[in-house]
Design a protein around this ligand. Structure first.
Ligand code: NAP
Length: 416
């Protein structure tokens, strides 16, 4: 594993001499020149923000580089924390997760839940307009493959979820942050510096951690639902809705919240009919979204029903769904080609169990009112992983900012 310190690539485990030699060019120094003493002194003191990340000394051994702050996540909370931490000269390391199909299947895509949404109309600063030229001017060419397709040069539209979070990532990258595309599987809070383990096996030492791992989309847990994943069952309309198998076909969306309405509305652009199956007789969605569902002629709301079974076969995938009434004993079948879930989320905190205090729903607890502190000193939480109430992109970004400021102040209080 390699790190960049002040734009110099160095290995994780180094002698002081190696770190010294690696850093010299960044400070325009040659060995022995006036100024190198300060560099050596900084390395030894380990606490001077002039060298970032700072170094922790294992007595009698090599130096192990410890990060100032590791940010875990890749949504609005993570990138906002990265922007603030970078601007505070903390040289953050972001571990953003792997970009693999399994994560999409589990409702946990890279770039977070925003990557699963369509147009975002309520993120301040992004009104309906001509987005494409702005996106192309702002986002580095290498990142643009993740952009959602341009609907047409003359068409005005709101920023999409994936594009919005890509802009956030680009903004953080512009400040020179370092990013590792791996999943964090464990943290060690038993010693200082803290340690974060990535799936590939590397442990990263760090003085502070910001957890911004968000939440994953829920599934019903039916065996038949699992059988037809990627064959007509999806928790992401925006990822899969435009596939030929769904075009001009009847589809089901399960759920009654904002996400369900948003997905149904999006799918109605491709589908012949979208059945919005909800277990009660009133939508949980906000008034404006509920009205949108009721006004859309292609959305048929199936009130007071739950899904008993997803029907299909190996060749065609999903062909139907059997619904049970919650109001009486009746059940009926609907012929459909696609089955989309929008029934809420579960926080991504499995790797933190027994390490940090969680609430009864598994969300990370903030232990100080109006601060992002968790139950372990030096670990902060931001975004949906610690929010089962607001769960908005803008609140995630806001708490990402708070976590970076909390981490910065905590590090300063520790002399780091
Ligand atoms: P949500 O508000 O928690 O809604 C989940 C829906 O799924 C509820 O209607 C719930 O039914 C239903 N549900 C849960 N478990 C179920 C089960 N096992 N079987 C059948 N139905 C089940 O989740 P969300 O819609 O993902 O929204 C999360 C947050 O993001 C909200 O704060 C929302 O406002 C926000 N959001 C905003 C926008 C926007 O503003 N454009 C878009 C998307 C999301 P009950 O109603 O009966 O509990």
């Amino acid at each position: 594993m390699h790190f960049i310190i002040e734009n110099v690539w160095v290995t994780e485990q180094l002698t002081i001499a190696q770190v010294y030699v690696a850093l010299l060019p960044s400070y325009n120094l040659r060995p022995g020149q006036h100024g190198t003493f300060r560099l050596v002194w900084t390395l030894i003191r380990t606490a001077d923000p002039w060298v970032l990340p700072s170094l922790s000394l294992a007595p009698g051994k090599d130096f192990i580089l410890a990060q100032n702050v590791v940010i875990i996540g890749s949504g609005p909370a993570a990138w906002t924390a990265a922007i603030y931490a970078a601007r505070a000269n903390l040289n953050p390391l972001v571990i953003e997760g792997q970009n693999i199909q399994e994560h999409y299947d589990r409702g946990r895509p890279p770039l977070g839940q925003l990557a699963l949404t369509t147009e975002v109309e309520n993120y301040p600063g992004f009104p309906f307009g001509h987005m494409q030229s702005f996106l192309e001017s702002a986002i580095d060419e290498k990142q643009r493959y993740l952009l959602t397709p341009d609907p047409g040069t003359d068409q005005k539209y709101s920023v999409t979820g994936p594009n919005l979070v890509l802009l956030m990532k680009q903004q953080a990258l512009n400040f020179g942050i370092r990013v590792i595309a791996d999943d964090v599987v464990d943290i060690d809070t038993g010693s200082r510096p803290l340690k974060v383990q990535a799936e590939e096996g590397d442990w990263h030492e760090t003085h502070a951690i910001i957890v911004a791992t968000g939440a994953s989309a829920n599934y019903l847990g039916l065996e038949s639902e699992n059988r037809y994943k990627n064959k007509g069952v999806s928790a992401c309309a925006v990822c899969d809705g435009a596939l030929p198998r769904f075009r001009e076909k009847p589809l089901v969306v399960v759920g009654g919240g904002d996400s369900a309405v948003e997905e149904a509305d999006y799918l109605s652009k491709f589908a012949s009919t979208v059945y919005l199956v909800h277990r009660r007789d009133k939508l949980r969605a906000s008034k404006i979204m509920a009205q949108r569902a009721e006004d859309n002629p292609k959305i048929d709301i199936v009130w007071n029903h739950v899904v008993d079974e997803v029907l299909g076969n190996d060749q065609d995938g999903v062909t139907g769904v059997r619904l049970d009434s919650t109001a009486d004993e009746s059940s009926h079948k609907l012929d459909i080609a696609g089955f989309f879930l929008a029934i809420g989320h579960t926080p991504n905190t499995e790797f933190l169990k027994d390490k940090l205090e969680l609430n009864e729903k598994g969300y990370l607890k903030w232990t100080v009112p109006f601060r992002t502190n968790t139950s372990v000193e030096g670990i902060f939480a931001a975004g949906d992983v610690s929010d089962d109430y607001y769960r908005q992109a803008v609140t995630a970004a806001g708490t990402g900012c708070m976590a970076a400021l909390d981490a910065e102040r905590w590090l300063a209080s520790q002399g780091i």
